[in-house]
Design a protein around this ligand. Sequence first.
Ligand SMILES: Nc1nc2c(c(=O)[nH]1)N=C([C@H](O)[C@H](O)COP(=O)(O)OP(=O)(O)OP(=O)(O)O)CN2
Length: 285
Amino acid sequence: MSLFVKQLTHIDVSLWCSQRGLVGCSWLVDAVLDGELGEDGMLFDFGEVKPWIKRTLDSGLDHTLLVPTAASGISVSECPEGLSIRTTTPYPMEVRGPQEAFTLLPWQAITLDKVAEHLSQQLTEQRPKNVHQVTLTLSDEAIEGAAYGYTHGLKRHQGNCQRIAHGHRSRLHIFQQGARQPKLEQQWATWLDNRYLLEEADITSQEKDFLTCSYRAAQGDFSITLPATLCAVLPGPTTVENIAAWLAKEVATQSGQATRIQAFEGINKGAIAMFSPSALPSTRL
Ligand SMILES: Nc1nc2c(c(=O)[nH]1)N=C([C@H](O)[C@H](O)COP(=O)(O)OP(=O)(O)OP(=O)(O)O)CN2
């Protein structure tokens, strides 16, 4: 007998790819449980399946940086903050933080299928009675229009969003004169894709085209150093509210049009902000 739960939860991570560098991802999680029925006629109560799997993911791989330790140019070492991850290709980067901010995987590359298999094994090892096997499937959200992946950390967040290198893959909606602007959306999503978003106040050094962002958060000390050209610097914390407000101002200023931004943070949630260039007469949003 098999039990299934579609879109049980989602996972927001960043991964290191030796071709693309730091990649922000949001994955939908589907689950299948194989096993035997208990006396109550159930394999495992749906009311327990969901929190069990979500708890395991939330306290493990979710909101971490996935590091393929067998990839070329990756080195992992201990440091006062916990772990230091250094990379060489496609660009040099160093991320430091407490151990729980990273998921080290002994692979050459991170793929959805391998991560799903890894999580399925982990859950199967901790399976409850009646359950023989747990199989997770991970997938990207199907997005017809513009989308981008980004990486960031929120030092003031009390949960795992404080980790300096976790990410999301997000839709981008730009409205001008009452209508979506697919070309602008694509243009901005392409510019944002695979960027590191950071708060200006967290820049602790900027030399030889490299930028370092460091902060102390509840879980410990974090820092990241990477090429400045791959970063987008925001005036405040990189919450989705601030991303929407910053994008609205940038897009409106560059296009000279009143602009409404619907920014997403991963799947199905986000913020809306508007900006009107003050020189222009008010325009219908
Ligand atoms: N109002 C806001 N709240 C939060 C923001 C934000 O920008 N604005 N951001 C975060 C984190 O960046 C975090 O990555 C969000 O991840 P999420 O998976 O949604 O966090 P949860 O664990 O709370 O959601 P689940 O549905 O339980 O996975 C947090 N809050």
